[in-house]
Design a protein around this ligand. Structure first.
Ligand SMILES: C[S@@+](CC[C@H](N)C(=O)[O-])C[C@H]1O[C@@H](n2cnc3c(N)ncnc32)[C@H](O)[C@@H]1O
Length: 347
């Protein structure tokens, strides 16, 4: 996937073709403002205010506790990116905001936006430092209790759009019964897998701060004993031998160094039953010689900054799997999330 600018008319088309438009200003001036405006609007409840009938600028400002003039400017930005429509002095939600942002939509990414607004945004200011030192943050070591809650809710919102597709496509061995979800947090991948395959039960292994705040999210899924949390640290804890048919590690490899990922692959290999499958579910670092890809590249830098690691290529992941005695399977991409793959291997 790529970010493109579409001209509104022939004059603009020509200006773009002739390289007369200073494109870096789009990235340097326009996009940072749009990003922050969207985050503040979600966090401030602009879209829920409109859903609840506050459709004029004054009413939206009143419902959100915002200044009227500043709200006019904010709503202008949101309308320009098709998050809102403006007709007869009233704002209306669009299909983007109704499906993806409203708190009561089953597809909402709202909590990820709130996490990004409150916790992640200040991290981005450290990018210059990261580029000089190569040392990013290790945020799992420094999150406070309230941050853990925003983090876990954010991860839940980020996983909603892929969890069903994960379960539909996962190369599950026949007669599988036991799943381990390393760093599984909210457990949505396990929940959707267990819903699709009634014979399976899942254990979600995660750090104490995560389990404490993710437990209420899992409880809402009403899975009872079929999906349970286990407090632990995959880097220091041992796994039981020949126990699991499916071991998933989703969005965790980008936090770990190569040595740590090799260690996890070895632990997973010995914890799988024969025929069992180990899946690393990740954004993949694009090959710079191939076509540019927006999601894989931006998440690679983001995870470098926030975890001093980053995305890995399919080949790198397969190398860890092979070194642990597993046989790599064909990587499976997502329709819903560009740049993201299930990179599996069988014992
Ligand atoms: C980015 S979240 C991914 C959550 C979920 N798997 C998903 O795909 O949405 C990373 C998770 O890994 C957990 N984690 C990080 N280091 C870990 C470790 N050493 N052992 C177990 N879990 C860990 C974090 O607490 C967090 O819940």
């Amino acid at each position: 996937m790529q970010l493109r600018v579409f001209p509104d008319n022939l004059k603009e088309w020509l200006a773009l073709r002739l390289n007369l438009v200073p494109m870096p200003l789009l990235h340097a001036q326009v996009l940072p403002v749009i990003s922050r405006a969207v985050l503040e609007a979600v966090d401030g409840g602009v879209f829920e205010a409109i859903q609840n009938g506050h459709t004029t600028t004054e009413a939206i400002a009143g419902a959100c506790g915002f200044d009227v003039r500043a709200t006019t400017q904010l709503l202008g930005v949101l309308t320009s990116v098709n998050y809102l429509q403006f007709k007869k002095k009233e704002y209306r939600l669009t299909r983007i905001t109704r499906k993806w942002i409203l708190a009561d939509s089953p597809d909402t990414v709202r909590d990820l936006a709130i996490y990004n607004n409150r916790i992640v945004w200040p991290w981005l200011e450290k990018m210059g430092e990261y580029l000089k030192t190569g040392k990013g943050l290790q945020y799992h070591d420094s999150l406070q209790a309230d941050d853990w809650e925003l983090y876990q809710r954010g991860m839940w919102a980020g996983a909603i759009s892929e969890a069903k597709e994960f379960a539909r496509k996962v190369p599950l061995p026949k007669n599988a019964t036991q799943m381990l979800d390393i760093g599984g947090s909210h457990g949505l991948h396990s929940v959707e897998t267990c819903r699709r395959y009634p014979g399976i039960t899942a254990t979600i292994l995660d750090l104490p701060g995560a389990v404490e705040k993710a437990a209420p999210l899992l409880a809402k899924q009403n899975m009872g004993d079929r999906v349970v949390h286990q407090v632990g640290n995959i880097l220091t804890d041992e796994l039981p031998e020949s126990t699991y048919d499916l071991i998933l590690m989703s969005s965790v490899a980008h936090h770990f160094t190569e040595e740590q990922n090799i260690l996890v692959a070895q632990k997973a290999a010995q914890a799988l039953r024969p025929g069992g499958v180990f899946i690393i579910n990740e954004f993949i670092r694009p090959d710079p010689q191939a076509a540019p890809e927006l999601v894989g590249s931006s998440t690679d830098l983001f995870f470098g900054l926030t975890s001093t690691s980053g995305n890995w290529s399919v080949e790198e992941i397969n190398t860890w799997q092979r070194a642990s005695g597993l046989t790599p399977l064909r990587a499976i991409g997502y329709q819903a999330i560009p740049g993201r793959f299930q990179v599996g291997a069988r014992k």
